[in-house]
Design a protein around this ligand. Structure first.
Ligand code: UDX
Length: 446
């Protein structure tokens, strides 16, 4: 075994989505890992191989890593003592009533880590933070443990592909200090990611501020791309053009690319919305707010799609939602996830209900979360139950199960065959051939 493949003792502080996947993945790479999670029940569950969220492939990875004896979970930060590398993986949600990120968990995790941090150890931030945070934390580390070093190493995992994105990332980004401390940090990170580095994964070694900004810039670009095509959808609606064909045509230009040009209900989830807002807030603090005012418009375009969807539902329901039965297929913010944070689907479902419709929501994975957090919405297990006697069916999250529905058989359960495709995901011709009135955002009415 070469020096760069040496297994390390690693701690992962914060075992939510990012941390749990990161901890198990680091054990998969051969390291000895302890995951530190304040929530005792969550830590105990993970230690028994129970995954508190839906993520394809993760349970198998977790169980494999636990069985290897290289992965454990604890609620006691003291168990992180002696690790060569400590990853900070806590959440940075949007502050209540503000755009800025809430750094409470980052501050708390750092403070508790400083109590056990030893000389020569490496602290690695992975959380998405406002630019400038790493430099501030580096000072705290240097004050307390002069020989310890801080690096910033953002993650880019997508929900639904978290395992793949962690073990086979598109790129590695290391934000490190200048000089020998930085060189040591790079070497340790190369040892942590030895197998990923050996795969010739592109690596960008840079300063703290750039590393922090890579993450927010990437998410802002993705959000902008989605809102761009949704703005085109608005124009298509005004002109009778077709946004799907437009996206296909411009996407053939490989400078533009077809990915993330799916027009529809827009983006939600725990990352893109809060990250673009936190980025705007931070730009304001830095006196550079003008540079990001376009993101406000990106956010506005995104939110307008939800309102437009409700309007479209009203239109197809003969101008009034009062007393209409509406089936909502999908509650998660995207398929292959049970995450309902800032879900466009639930936003629309709630608006429809508030305007007098009887709404039945269904989702293959997110039902439990809907029942727990959105008790005012009625949630059922199957699309057929949701659609029984419905005046309209809305596809709001493009799960494969819904794309594969047989429109003829499904048509037998509804009262009126009206379908609104909020994700431009259904086979329009097949649904129309089965007698459905098909409407979608940015599409021509035939
Ligand atoms: C995102 C980033 O992709 C990831 O790199 C980062 O680490 C975390 O944030 P995620 O939140 O899991 O990941 O979701 P993503 O797959 O990016 O989708 C975000 C939202 O955009 C979803 O609501 C999705 O439905 C929507 N979307 C995506 C579109 O509306 N149109 C598209 O073409 C693509």
């Amino acid at each position: 075994m070469s020096e760069s493949e040496r297994p390390l003792k690693i701690s992962v502080i914060g075992c939510g989505y990012l941390g749990a996947v990161h901890a198990a993945s680091m054990a998969e790479l051969g390291h000895e890992v302890v995951g530190v999670e304040n929530d005792v029940a969550k830590a105990e569950g993970l230690a028994q191989g129970r995954v508190p969220f839906f993520e394809p492939g993760f349970e198998e990875l977790l169980r494999r890593s636990l069985a290897s004896g290289r992965l454990s979970f604890t609620s006691d930060i003291k168990d992180a003592e002696g690790a060569a590398v400590h990853f900070l993986c806590v959440g940075t949600p949007q502050r209540r009533g503000e755009y800025a990120a809430d750094l409470t968990y980052v501050e708390m995790a750092t403070a508790s880590l400083l109590d056990v941090l030893g000389p020569g150890e490496l602290v690695v931030g992975k959380s998405t933070v406002p630019v400038g945070t790493a430099a501030r934390l580096a000072e705290l580390v240097a004050e307390r443990v002069p020989d310890a070093v801080l690096a910033w190493n953002p993650e880019f995992l997508r929900e639904g592909f978290a395992v793949q994105d962690t073990l086979h990332p598109d790129r590695l980004v290391y934000g490190i200090p200048d000089g020998p401390d930085g060189a040591r940090a790079e070497q340790v990170l190369d040892t942590v990611y030895a197998r990923i580095v050996a795969d010739e994964t592109p690596k960008v070694v840079t300063d703290y501020a750039t590393a922090e900004m890579v993450k927010t810039a990437a998410n802002s670009f993705l959000a902008t791309k989605i809102s761009f095509i949704n703005a085109m959808a608005e124009l298509c609606e005004a002109t009778g053009a077709d946004v799907k064909q437009l996206a296909d045509a411009i996407g053939h230009d490989d400078r533009i690319g077809r990915k993330f040009l799916n027009a529809g209900l827009g983006f939600g989830g725990g990352c893109l919305p809060k990250d673009i807002r936190a980025f705007m807030a931070r730009a304001g603090e830095l006196g550079a707010d003008q540079a990001l005012t376009f993101l406000r418009e990106v956010d506005n375009i995104n939110m307008r799609r939800r309102i437009r969807m409700v309007e479209l539902a009203r239109q197809v329901c003969d101008g009034s939602l009062l007393g209409k039965r509406i089936a909502v297929l999908g509650a998660a913010f995207k398929p292959e996830s049970d995450d309902i944070r800032d879900s466009p689907a639930l936003n629309v479902a709630a608006q429809l209900q508030l305007q007098g419709a009887t709404v039945l929501v269904t989702d293959p994975q997110a039902g439990e979360n809907v029942r727990r957090h959105w008790a005012q919405l009625d949630c059922v297990d199957t699309p057929e139950e949701a659609a029984r006697n419905a005046d309209a069916v809305l596809l709001l999250t493009e799960w494969r199960q819904y794309k594969e529905l047989d429109p003829a058989a499904f048509g037998k359960v509804v009262k009126t065959r009206r379908v609104l495709d909020g994700r431009n995901a259904l086979d329009r011709e097949a649904w129309e051939a089965a007698g459905w009135t098909y409407r979608a955002l940015g599409r021509r009415n035939l």
